[in-house]
Design a binder for this molecule. Structure first.
Ligand code: CDP
Length: 233
């Protein structure tokens, strides 16, 4: 008789969450990963870490070759600290610094550099090699894991996105106006959607979620149903 043991029956899938800036991708991706006991990979944090390095080391962000050189000196890792996904750059906890406006203001320029994308995409593919992962970003369903079993494309109104980011930054003690945030989100969306290398776009087989009027519990419940339908366990 062929009896399957529990681990063999498990079916791990890859879940790609793409979409515009500050529309709740990471909240959803973290929730789904936690519920399914999957690994969460915050690809935006990786682009943010490269940007922080360039700012701190005064690498000229207008100079793609200088950024490419800098990549050799970078080691980006994630660790879970007090239950939270935390980004480390060359051994230093940079989780707080990568979310500051100075990084928001330059990250899309850095993320448009092909050498940066090439290096980070390779690392992301390696991290997700064994499935059982939820990744959020801009190019996950189109470039990083085009064969992902479940692809979500998230969007929300600019007012809702601005308000969410404002509250997030205020909670961290940062002083910033909603005008500045709205401008930054729209500016990043524009650069991210129009860059030559792997622009932000909806994968043909992605499911669109406009969460302007959905709360966190509702969107999580919806995605867990979708994940199960795609065979996740
Ligand atoms: O949290 P938020 O939506 O504001 O941004 P993020 O996901 O942390 O991503 C920050 C920036 O990194 C984006 O605006 C993109 O320029 C870049 N990014 C990218 O190009 N590709 C990814 N897979 C993830 C992020």
């Amino acid at each position: 008789m062929n009896v399957l043991s529990l681990p063999e029956m498990e079916h791990k899938i890859t879940i790609a969450v793409d979409g515009f800036a500050s529309c709740g991708k990471s909240t959803l991706a973290k929730g789904v990963a936690q519920a399914l006991n999957y690994v969460y990979i915050d690809t935006g944090a990786m682009y943010r870490a490269v940007t922080l390095y360039c700012i701190e080391q005064e690498v000229d962000i207008e100079n793609a070759e200088a950024i490419e050189q800098a990549l050799n000196a970078l080691d980006i890792r994630f660790k879970t600290i007090a239950g939270k996904n935390t980004t480390f750059l060359n051994g230093r906890n940079v989780e707080e610094n990568i979310r500051k406006m100075q990084v928001n203001n330059r990250v899309s320029e850095v993320a448009a550099v092909s050498a940066v994308r090439c290096t980070l995409v390779r690392q992301q593919q390696e991290m997700g090699r064994e499935k059982g992962v939820v990744l959020d970003g801009r190019d996950i369903g189109t470039v990083v894991f085009p064969d992902a079993e479940l692809k979500l494309f998230m969007t929300a109104s600019i007012e809702v996105r601005t308000q969410r980011r404002l509250l997030e930054l205020q909670a961290k003690g940062q002083t910033v106006s909603s005008e500045e945030i709205a401008q930054n989100l729209q500016h990043r969306d524009h650069i991210d959607s129009t860059r030559a290398d792997s622009p932000l776009k909806q994968a043909e087989d992605a499911i669109v979620i406009d969460n302007s009027h959905l709360n966190q519990e509702e969107q999580l419940a919806m995605c867990l149903v979708l994940a199960k339908l795609r065979g996740a366990s």
